[in-house]
Design a protein around this ligand. Structure first.
Ligand code: PEP
Ligand code: MN
Length: 453
């Protein structure tokens, strides 16, 4: 191809990447100084990509495997990451929780597990209201650390575009540590025990320890026979977040020099939230134009027609691994809504990947004002997801959860029987409640059992 042809190809790939600016758009901040925001966005556009197009393509291939029923996706992390929470300890805690869960699933179900953090960029939050009122004072709502600060003061809540640059840097240092952990020896499967250290005795922990011992013995046996386990040293770990703040996502979108196609290099995987997935609006338009695998949240009001139109918009080529539906219907509703969608998909030529998010349809606020979820509701929704797929003959392809490696008390129940009084002791989330380390492991054991059935 001549240089002129290459340039022409680049121009046509980039065409349309700014169409969203003319469309209705939701959940964006109003920057007080648009000039300052433009400056930051232009700077961001010059920075190196966070992920590489080749990695994004590899993830798409992996997700295609999961859509075909040959792999399972585990996606987890904070509801809202914070800049101050991007410490080595907390990042390690989340990575090791995900690795432990993945091991439980791989060992229990004998299936490859695709590991993905809601990490290194999960900084922008959609809100049900634009403002928040406390004691008669009304201020802009907290929209995530990439927009404003959680503290309830006028200064903190005023959107500050410099935070987009901070978000880029915090994502970059988080991803750097994730890459170090997952390729530098920490994630070596021969270290299965060390991921479990530092937590009090608990049934889930004890069960994990037993399994880790079995794996250890099997590995030692295989090593003695001369097997080579170099490949166990590293794990593939992907990052994803809700693609919400379009100025930021646009600034990190680049034309790949290999393929001449646009990739959003802020993360391997991007999902479109329940509140911003209207077909004729900005988010759908923008993400339809990038090559990354795209997720779409489907809530309890989703009808068959909408599902089909989403497929046509985001996956017109019916490319395996391109489109993931993340269902978040609620424990009580999934049995009514999901089966009709799965029945309808069988008549289509599309094979989206189906993932369950058993968190967002099950939230409620306690009398004392804590946003929480019941572990039992989470379990019920996961079971409903598996049984709907079994009934339809489709593949339950993965699970998407809000979790932390820390010993927080944000979700009710689990074997530690966290009750409403306990919520007050270690409630740290700025947004939605997360499963703690133990609850996450318990859920992994349960999902492994469901995968074996
Ligand atoms: C989220 O994933 O934190 C979220 C806001 O989800 P949803 O778009 O499904 O409500
Ligand atoms: Mn959330």
């Amino acid at each position: 191809m001549t240089i002129t042809q290459q340039l022409q190809q680049q121009v046509s790939a980039a065409a349309g990447l700014d169409n969203w600016r003319e469309l209705p758009i939701r959940q964006q901040p109003t920057w007080p100084d648009p000039e300052a925001a433009n400056y930051v966005v232009n700077e961001l556009a010059k920075r190196p990509p966070l992920v590489f197009a080749g990695e994004v393509d590899r993830l798409r291939d992996r997700l295609a495997q999961a859509a075909a029923g040959n792999a399972f996706v585990l996606q987890g992390g904070d509801c809202a990451e914070t800049f101050s929470g991007a410490t080595a300890d907390k990042i390690r805690g989340r990575v090791s929780t995900i690795l432990q869960m993945a091991l439980v699933l791989t060992y229990g179900a004998s299936m490859p597990v695709i590991k993905m953090g809601r990490m290194a960029g999960q900084f922008a939050k959609p809100r049900s209201k634009d403002t928040e009122t406390r004691d008669g004072v009304t201020l802009p709502a907290y929209r995530g650390d990439i927009v404003n600060d959680f503290a309830f003061t006028e200064e903190a809540r005023t959107p500050n575009p410099q935070r987009m640059m901070d978000g880029y840097h915090v994502s970059s240092s988080t991803l750097n540590l994730i890459r170090a952990f997952t390729t530098g020896g920490f994630a070596d499967m021969r270290e299965v025990h060390s991921w479990n250290k530092g937590f009090a005795a608990n049934p889930a922990n004890a069960r994990y320890d037993l399994m880790a011992r079995e794996i250890d013995r099997a590995l030692k046996f295989m090593t003695a026979t001369g097997a080579d386990f170099e490949a166990l040293k590293e794990v593939e770990f992907y990052i994803g977040h809700e693609g919400l703040l379009l100025e930021y996502e646009r600034a990190l979108t680049r034309i790949d020099s290999r393929t001449q196609l646009p990739y959003d290099t802020s993360a391997h995987f991007i999902w479109i939230g329940e509140r911003t997935r209207d077909l004729d609006e900005a988010h759908m338009d923008f993400f339809s134009r990038v090559r990354n695998p795209i997720g779409v949240k489907l809530g309890p009001t989703t009808d068959v027609e909408t599902m089909k139109r989403i497929i046509d918009k985001l996956d017109p080529e019916r490319e395996p691994g391109r489109l993931t539906f993340i269902t978040r219907m609620g424990a009580q509703k999934i049995g009514d809504v999901l089966p009709s969608l799965l029945e309808a998909i069988k008549a289509e030529d599309a094979t989206p990947l189906w993932i369950t998010d058993p968190m967002h349809g099950n939230g409620f606020t306690t009398e004392r004002g804590y946003k929480t979820r019941r572990f039992d509701d989470v379990v019920t929704e996961v079971k409903g997801f598996f049984s709907a797929h079994k009934e339809a003959g489709t593949h339950p392809g993965g699970i998407h959860i809000e979790l932390t490696g820390d010993d927080v008390t944000e979700c009710l129940g689990g074997s530690e029987e966290i009750d409403e009084a306990a919520l007050e002791t270690r409630y740290e989330s700025l947004c939605d409640p997360r499963l703690n380390h133990m609850q996450s492991l318990e859920l992994a054991f349960l999902v492994a059992e469901l995968l074996q059935e």
